[in-house]
Each structure stands twice: as structure tokens, then as C-alpha cells.
Design a protein around this ligand. Sequence first.
Ligand code: GLU
Ligand code: ZN
Length: 289
Amino acid sequence: MRYVGRFAPTPSGPLHFGSLLTAVASYLEARCIEGEWKLRIDDLDAPRVEPGAIDEILRTLECHGLCWDGGIYYQSTATDRYEAAIETLIGQALCFDCTCSRRDLRNHVVYPGTCRHRPARQRDNVAIRIRVPPIEFEFEDRLGGYFAHNLAEDVGDFVIVRRDRIIGYQLAVVVDDDAMGVTDVVRGSDLFDNTPRQLFLIEHLGFSAPQYTHVPVITERSGVKLSKHTLATAIDNRFPAQNLRTVLDLLGQNPPMLATVDALLDWATSYWRLSAVPRGATLETWQSI
Ligand code: GLU
Ligand code: ZN
């Protein structure tokens, strides 16, 4: 069967070790069975896009030997696809306008249903939410195993179009993965519990569901996720082989002391074992990387 994987960084800054780890894991999962590996730039949230970050991400991938297939898919060029998906969901009477402010919702983990009875009119300054049913949505993660939660009780009606009219992450990701023909999603475990929401949208949009593999996110000693907002340092492109070895080591692959990126990637593609990747949502690093 055809395998299409992808890496989908948000260009809010350069890649750090956590995102390089996700890139390498998704690359190796695809390449070890001669599958395709595609690149998407998740640049929908324009205010978060940092000038220069896209070029920097591409340079980092290239100098670590992570070559993608085909052109780059930019979310910012997919507006028509998102609009079509919104129309489909509105056509199923699943959506409603939500006028609640952040303040209105501040004490709620689950959306309280305030605007649930309203229609969806695609107005400015109004968010669109989707009504979720009180049923269990489940999936089997290739690393994390079985997971289920009740959409209504655990998440509530969620946003598909934000108040500022930016398309919500849950909707964008399913539309994009479908448009790119993605069969397998390998991404960080911080997104693990978003999966049932995405499966719900996939079902209503008539897409086929990919397989999911959530790899651990790297934390520093304090247990805080390495992200662009913490102390995470950008990947130093002067030492790509060393960086790759560190990442392969964190992925439990036990890499040999090969000196070049090509030799390491060849080795890793031949000997990649998903079963060796540490389980659990986070991966503490005690060394300073
Ligand atoms: N763009 C998202 C991120 O940088 C990843 C989206 C996904 O893999 O579903 O965390
Ligand atoms: Zn509301």
C-alpha cells in the first residue's frame, strides 16, 4: 500500500530539537518502506509567522539530509479548500456562530453550549463552532496505543473558524492532510488528544482517516516542553551529523558513530525501529542539547 507521510512545522521560529525529532521520526517511518514524505508549512496563523523562519526551517531540513517529495504545501494558499469544507459542515447543520468572548469562557474547560442553538452565518467578528455529539471517539495510536474520549464531555463544541476569521487548527489539519494524500501522521504527542476531534471532522467531510503515531516531545529537566517559547535553542546547522545522532539516540535507535549526515540517514533508514522509540508523552533530556 502507498505510504504518504508529512512534516508540518509552524513557522513561528526556527526548528529546535523537539521539531527536528518529529521531522526525523516521520521521515524514517516513510523512507524505511520507500514511502513518500511531504512538507507542509503551517502558516495559517499569520500573526504568529516570524519573518525568515520558513527559509530557516527549509535550510535546516536540507542540511540534515531531510529531502521532501514534490512541492511545498503552504496552508496560506489553501483558502478555497477550507471554505469548501466549512460549507460542507454548515450544510450538515453542524455549525453555529459563537459570540462568546474569551472572558465569557475563562472558567470553562469544556464549552458551555451558550450559542449552540444559533445558526452559522459566516459573519465577521464571530467564531464558528461545531456541535459535537455525546459519543466516544476512539483511535489506536501506533506508539501510544488505544485512546478514547467523549467529545461532548471532554472537549465540547470546538472552534473551526476563529473570531479573527483564521481557520482553526483542527479543521485546517484534516483538510490539508486529505489534500496532500497523507496516509500516516507522525507528530508530537502534545497533539495526541486532538485526534478524536480531527477524526470527527474527517468522518463528516467524507475523508479517509490516516494512521496516527505520536512521538514523545522532548522536555528539559524542569519538565517543560521544548518549544519556541521556552529556552529551546535553534538547531545549529553547522553540526548536522551531531544533531542527527542526538535525535536518533533520543528516538532509541542507538546510532553508530558515523561522521556524515548521508551515512547516518542511510543507516537509520535501513535499521529504523518504531518499537525502539520510548513510549510516554515526554522524553526528558538530562544532557544539555
Ligand atoms: N503545525 C503543527 C505544529 O507545528 C503540527 C500539526 C500536525 O502535525 O498536525 O505543532
Ligand atoms: Zn458562544
